[in-house]
Design a protein. Sequence first.
Length: 264
Amino acid sequence: MNTFNRREAIKVMAMGTAAITLPAMKPLAHGMTAKKHVITLSFDDGFKKSSIRTAEIFEKHKLKACINVIATGHLQNNDLPDNFHAWEKGDFVLWNELKSRGHEIMPHGYKHANKAEIPLVDAQDLVKKCLDYFTENLRGFRQELAVFNLPYNASTPELEEWLKGLNILAYRKGYEAMNPLPHKGQKTLTCNSFGPGSAEDELDNQVKRLLALPEGWLIFNLHGLDGEGWGPVRSDYLDRLLDRLLEIDTVSVIPAGMALEEVQ
């Protein structure tokens, strides 16, 4: 079985700087997804301080943040998967508040387990437990509109085949940042990331790569701000980036689930 850790993923992502040709796939687009260049900045793990600040920055620009949280992250005091999770997580009081303000809160696992390293039946059980936890604790959560964001962006062909048949909107895995524009029936999303140091230069490179294409959807996997998490960016960098992106006529910045809902 092939598995990826964060450092192995960096090697794969480094190959992604070459030009690519996306499949010809015209979206049933309207609203934000009618733009030729769609960008999703996907913030994983649910760090409390970073999530609050991320939401504030997106709100400043009249945008919605895309925050993917570990269902039981706020309960795990000593069961951390690695040192990149050593910051306080938000709880569902916070996630319900941010959702009520219009931000997208999506599942990132029942716990932060690498599903390429465990038996299929265990991976399936963790996905189901995560979705059940969200149903019980996140107001207005609908499983059929959920994007399941795989921890470590890691999967197996068998797990992906099962996810395609699951009653969810889509699932996100690694490690290619570019996707076809949002379209009906698009159940598999891919993203990339960078770390453990600052992800700012890599994100800038991926934005340039997107804008050099005739059209496409960039999904970039971020984590925390100002030193929190794996591959953090600075708050002022995120603020400036959003300001710059909103000046580009062809670009929309939108959470993954909202983008897909627009084209169903």
